[in-house]
Design a protein around this ligand. Structure first.
Ligand code: ASP
Length: 354
């Protein structure tokens, strides 16, 4: 793929590569009045402050910036490839990305970038940079400040994060919860990594610690044959069957109620059980944004344990579905696959005691 590269600023003792993928951040209205992404050259004109920051800045842009609703596996591979190719030349990476699927991309990149020891900060905006009240400028400038923050030669942040509306969140814990306020993202099950006010207050105990021996290894074998089964009262046998008996599907994220409860109808348990016996992996995550799955706490989830449904603990759906694609792509051993799904890989779920 041919990427466009623009140097924005050459001075400063830290260097950041901005990867521009698209999103509302850089959108303008097209002739029909709908918002569509435009190229980054115009974005820089809108944020002249970028040239005044004491950070060496380069932008690499997707050849055709996209609305993040169009993100797919190849785009994740492209982002990981750009980071891998430029890893030694830059101190940090900021990915400008649409908000709609940012939590999925941040989760996936946190799995793909094994041994990461530098900041990879996703950000974007709810309003295009061209609008007077846009949140784009603040989000980008503070993301760059966080990305370039370091102490004693060591980056303050050495993981994949989302920075949005004054909050720095662990990428694999983030979720887009609101579409019509600036406070779009939260990580209900994990503390904030930092909060930006007059100062940027880092929450050091919550940040992944820097590993001096960490070496980046990009893993990009991803398996797309996964799906999400979200249950609801009144869901029909036919719907459940059509999802669980699909021969292409190898992994299912089961979105259950509350602390991991589902209906205990015989037909439902039967379809789940058949799918597991056919070799499919089923991971139970909650529809609630906070709290965790505790299979066996209620009678309605005890059966799930018995038939071999795996508990996703406090993982988000975004982190669960991307983790399935990642682990089904990289792990052939069933035991290791199940272990991987129920244990933390990139800080996406609480530690589980064996
Ligand atoms: N549809 C846009 C996108 O995800 C929304 C946004 O960027 O806020 O690319």
């Amino acid at each position: 793929m041919k990427y466009k590269i623009v140097n924005i600023n050459d001075t400063g003792d830290r260097s950041v590569l901005i990867i521009y993928t698209g999103g509302t951040f850089g959108m303008v209205q097209d002739t029909s009045g709908a918002l569509a992404p435009f190229n980054f050259g115009k974005v820089v004109d809108r944020v002249p402050e970028l040239r005044q920051l004491d950070i060496k800045l380069t932008v690499i842009s997707f050849p055709k910036p996209i609305d993040s609703s169009n993100i797919g596996i190849q785009d994740w591979k492209d982002m990981a490839y750009i980071i891998e190719e430029n890893y030694t030349q830059y101190d940090a990476f900021v990915i400008l990305h649409g908000t709609d699927t940012m939590a999925y991309s941040a989760s996936m990149l946190s799995y793909m970038l094994q041994g990461l020891n530098k900041p990879v900060i996703f950000t974007g905006a709810q309003m295009p940079i061209g609008s007077i009240r846009s949140d784009a400028r603040e989000n980008l400038i503070t993301a760059l400040e966080i990305a370039s923050s370091h102490q004693n030669g060591v980056p303050t942040v050495s993981e994949v994060c989302v920075y949005f509306n004054f909050l720095l969140l662990r990428g694999s814990r983030s979720q887009k919860l609101r579409s019509s306020t600036f406070a779009a993202f939260e990580s209900e099950n994990y503390p904030l990594l930092a909060e930006a006010g007059i100062e940027i207050e880092f929450n050091y105990p919550a940040l992944k610690s820097f590993d001096p021996s960490g070496k980046l290894k990009v893993i990009n074998d991803l398996n797309p044959n996964v799906t999400i089964l979200k249950i609801f009262p009144g869901i029909t046998e036919h719907t459940v069957k059509s999802i669980l008996s699909n021969p292409e599907i190898q992994g299912v994220v089961l979105e259950s109620y509350g602390s991991g409860n589902t209906m205990k109808f015989d037909w439902f348990i039967q379809y789940l059980s058949e799918a597991i016996n056919e070799g499919k992996i089923i991971l139970n995550v909650s529809q609630c944004i906070g709290g965790e799955v505790e299979q066996g706490r209620y009678e309605t989830s005890k059966k799930l344990n018995d038939i071999g449904v795996l508990s996703g603990g406090d993982i988000t759906t975004e982190a669960a579905i991307t983790k399935m694609m990642f682990l089904l792509g990289t792990e052939n051993d069933k035991g290791k696959l199940k272990h991987g799904l129920t244990h933390t890989l990139a800080g996406e779920m609480d530690l589980v005691q064996d």
